[in-house]
Design a protein around this ligand. Structure first.
Ligand code: PMV
Length: 317
């Protein structure tokens, strides 16, 4: 049997960084996906192939010693093999249309799709088990992850996420249109999260005040998302950008992109860790093309909408 699973990338609409410290975030799954196929093989190895390369690793290898780009997949396969006391190996193939290292959740979508695909080789997939396995896999390369990215990738739609709480779906019939602009500057999430930790240690009162303001903003944003009040959602996004600037995760390039897109959209902000990666802007559906036309002269940019489905699993023979 070949087991195939797909999972979407994500945008953080509100609350990145603050979410790591226990504040709520609003995260949306996007219509860009990773597709992973897996198959049992009759060797004692785990083979992994993606656009980043190919490898074959003995099952006895320690997870920590595996190259980072393959590590979460190896971890997932090894966990499932051990759980089911399977005597042979697994072959995993990854195809993705999510840009890598841009803050669009490529690695978490990979973890969710791989956890779903590999688990499905042995049993019916259970979404909460898949999600736990995916978050553990992501922690092999990013120990501080809040879990927000994997959660929205598994569930789809727009969710309110807070660590140690069950995620809440933000129910809306409406379609939201965003423009994503890639700064083409790779960022290192771990390094930026560590920098924010230092900011928090050095400025405890300012940080605590920012968390309170972010939480208030999120309350306002949730009701505006539910009533499809795009003006207010956009204003909240611009305000969130100011909070991120105060945390020190923006820079001149990101700010110039925000300013460029802000004037033709409802609002714009960094999405993800910052330092590089992408900017998102909320647009009107019929204005999207002209905005993209204008931006793409300078930057790689694309339209995204919210994926309502989340992870999906298929069996093929
Ligand atoms: O840039 P990304 O996609 O790795 O997003 C990081 C978001 C943070 O809030 C900074 C970290 C997290 O795990 O939520």
């Amino acid at each position: 049997m070949i087991s195939k699973a797909t999972a979407p990338g994500k945008i953080i609409i509100f609350g990145e960084h603050f979410v790591v410290h226990g504040t709520r975030a609003i995260v949306g799954a996007i219509n860009k996906r990773v597709t992973i196929t897996s198959e049992k093989n009759d060797t004692a190895t785990i083979s992994i192939s993606s656009s980043l390369g190919k490898t074959t690793i003995p099952i006895t290898e320690e997870v920590d010693t595996v190259e980072k780009k393959f590590r979460p997949f190896f971890f997932i396969a090894k966990e499932v093999i051990n759980d089911y006391n399977f005597k042979n190996g697994i072959t995993i193939d990854i195809q993705s249309d999510i840009p890598i290292g841009a803050g669009l959740g490529s690695s978490s979508a990979c973890c969710v799709a791989a956890a779903a695909s590999v688990s499905n080789l042995f049993s019916r997939t259970d979404i909460s088990q898949v999600l736990d396995l995916a978050i553990d896999a992501e922690r092999t390369i990013f120990p501080k992850t809040s879990g927000a990215d994997c959660t929205v990738s598994a569930l789809g739609g727009i969710i309110e996420y807070q660590k140690e709480h069950d995620p809440k779906a933000i129910k809306t019939e409406h379609d939201f249109d965003f423009v994503v602009v890639n700064s083409q500057k790779m960022h290192n999430t771990d390094a930026v999260v560590s920098r924010v930790n230092k900011f928090k240690d050095d400025n405890a009162d300012v940080f605590s005040e920012l968390c309170t303001e972010e939480d208030n903003l999120i309350t306002k944003a949730i009701s505006s998302l539910q009533t499809f009040d795009l003006e207010t959602v956009g204003k909240c996004m611009s305000q969130n950008q100011i909070f991120l600037e105060q945390l020190g995760v923006s820079n001149d390039i990101l700010l110039s992109i925000v300013k460029l897109v802000e004037k033709d959209t409802f609002g714009a902000k960094i999405t993800g860790a910052g330092d590089g990666g992408c900017i998102i802007a909320l647009t009107e559906k019929n204005k999207k093309d002209s905005i993209l036309e204008h931006i793409k002269v300078e930057y790689e940019s694309y339209p995204v909408t919210i994926d309502k489905v989340g992870m999906q699993v298929f069996n093929t023979n």
